[in-house]
Design a binder for this molecule. Structure first.
Ligand code: NAD
Length: 487
């Protein structure tokens, strides 16, 4: 069994208690992880606060912060393969995806490294002749970053990158389901030369999460996870009125019109729902398809879904691996059962193989005659696609917006005018037209409604880790008159 350590104030330790991490490909424990106690959480926050107010970090220039982030980006790139193998081991995310994704994570740190000294204040043309007024952008303070187990190096980079670029310090809590990649990332971070306490990495479940988000010294909580946990976090952070950014789940529509390039759309839908074994917040999990091409499209989709290579996550040939946890698999099976009972028709998949590991096959449910089936409204977070059909563009838009989520969406059409109408009408934080799942450090990412609020990625994300201070300076040498002279 491998052993991992938490990272607090620039020091590594095994934590007061430990727990096993499970290899999803076998269902067996493979490593011991430190479970942060409430006292550990407090130590981590104190270390971050100390670093924020009373370390070299507090007086560092923005350009110097940028240089440290740049070195971090280089080290992430150098260690990308090792981190990828570790994430694959701990989460079951397939190696071809972790390899590509973690190499790209370095680019997110590089982007925020470049932004550090471009976060500017402003000078105001104030309406008083003897005053100079300007705005300073100052870092928010200590940030609590909480991430789930999927894509965790990516999801933490879009928090740590802008937070450190802005001058904040961070306590990162990794998911208790698979924390190894972030605990290893802490070792890489430690080599960069940041002052101790600038980043602290701990793990643990709801108890550690609650202690962190309700801590009186936390200025902002940046969270990725499910809506139910988000509600706890908002309630806990209300104690100090800390600000929050919430990146939650989705039930994103993937809309295909009859004039679409069908082969392209099928391929995008296959990766849109089955990549990351469906454990992706932006998964295109509702196929909204024109009745004119539905049969043809579904036939091709079924053929491709059934040809997907299911296998060990560490095999480069594997296209769909296991789900991360047994709970995820049980949830997907229960939701399929409830949906078929409500009238959804199983097109392919739906049953899990015997043997070890939490494997789950690509699954398609046709709900065209069962619009109330729960699979159309609830998130699977697994490789399950729900299909619903339409006759008119207005119907397609109404179906797309018939959700409490609002994270991502895809539109496939050759009509430029229709694409523009759909872009305007869709209520989601991202619209992909004739493509799906594209991400970049330069583009903001986030949703509405049950998908949360706030944006990650892009310039605005760095500004969101700052607060504005308005400075008034009187330029007149005349003495200030006695205000009560009239009395
Ligand atoms: P989850 O909400 O159960 O857990 C996420 C994190 O919150 C974990 O680190 C967990 O330990 C912590 N947590 C649990 N209870 C807490 C509490 N009371 N206070 C503070 N922290 C607490 O989510 P999950 O099951 O690990 O991940 C799946 C969910 O994440 C899905 O809903 C998915 O859509 C969403 N997700 C969203 C995005 C996005 O960017 N929008 C990306 C990935 C995943």
């Amino acid at each position: 069994m491998q052993e991992y350590q938490q990272y607090i104030g620039g020091q590594f330790d095994a934590g007061a208690a430990q727990f096993d991490s499970i290899d999803p490909a076998t269902g067996a424990a493979w490593a011991r992880m430190p479970a942060a106690s409430v006292a550990d959480v407090d130590r981590a926050v104190q270390a971050a606060e100390q670093a924020f107010f009373a370390s070299d970090w507090a007086n560092m220039t923005a350009s110097q912060r940028g240089k440290l982030l740049l070195r971090l980006a280089d080290l992430v790139a150098e260690n990308a393969q090792r981190l990828a193998e570790l994430e694959t081991r701990d989460t079951g995310k397939i190696i071809r995806e972790t390899t590509a994704q973690i190499a790209y994570v370095a680019e997110f740190y590089r982007y925020y490294a470049g932004l550090a000294d471009k976060i500017e204040g402003a000078h105001l043309p104030i309406d008083k002749p003897d005053m100079e007024v300007w705005l300073r952008r100052e870092p928010l303070g200590v940030v609590a970053a909480i991430v789930p187990w999927n894509s965790q190096l990516f999801l933490s980079a879009v928090k740590i990158g802008p937070a450190l670029a802005a001058g904040c310090t961070v306590v990162l809590k990794a998911s208790e389901e698979a924390p190894a990649p972030l605990l290893e990332f802490a070792r890489i971070f430690d080599q960069v030369g940041f002052p101790p306490g600038v980043l602290n990495v701990i793990t643990g479940g709801p108890e550690a999460g609650a202690a962190l988000t309700s801590h009186s010294k936390i200025a902002h909580v940046a969270f990725t996870g499910g809506p139910e946990t988000a509600r706890h976090i908002v309630r806990n952070s209300a104690e100090n009125l800390a600000s929050t950014s919430l990146e939650l789940g989705g039930k994103s529509p993937f809309i295909v019109f009859d004039d679409a390039d069908i082969e392209s759309a099928v391929n995008a839908q296959i990766s849109g729902i089955f990549a990351a074994t469906g454990q992706s917040c932006v998964a295109g999990s509702r196929l909204v398809i024109s009745n004119k091409i539905k049969d043809q499209f579904l036939a091709r989709l079924k053929e491709k879904a059934e040809a997907v290579v299911i296998g060990a996550p560490n095999d480069m040939a594997t296209e769909v691996g296991p789900l991360c946890t047994k709970a995820q698999r049980d949830h997907a099976l229960a939701l399929i059962k409830a949906s078929t009972e409500a009238g959804a028709k199983l097109v392919t998949g739906g049953t899990t193989p015997d043997g070890p590991g939490y494997y789950f096959p690509p699954t398609i449910l046709d709900c065209s005659d069962s619009p109330n089936a729960p699979c159309l409204s609830q998130e699977f977070f697994g490789p399950v696609l729900s299909v619903i059909s339409f006759d008119t563009e207005a119907e397609a838009l109404a179906i797309a917006n018939d959700t409490k989520f609002g994270l991502a969406s895809g539109v496939f059409t050759q009509s430029l005018t229709r694409a523009h109408r759909m872009i305007r009408g869709i209520r989601a934080g991202i619209v992909w037209v004739n493509t799906y799942r594209a991400v970049s450090p330069i583009a903001p990412f986030g949703g509405h409604g049950l998908s949360g609020h706030g944006r990650e990625g892009g310039l605005q994300a760095a500004l969101d880790y700052t607060k504005v201070k308005a400075v008034w300076l009187r330029t007149s040498d005349d003495p200030i008159p006695d205000p009560f002279v009239m009395r």
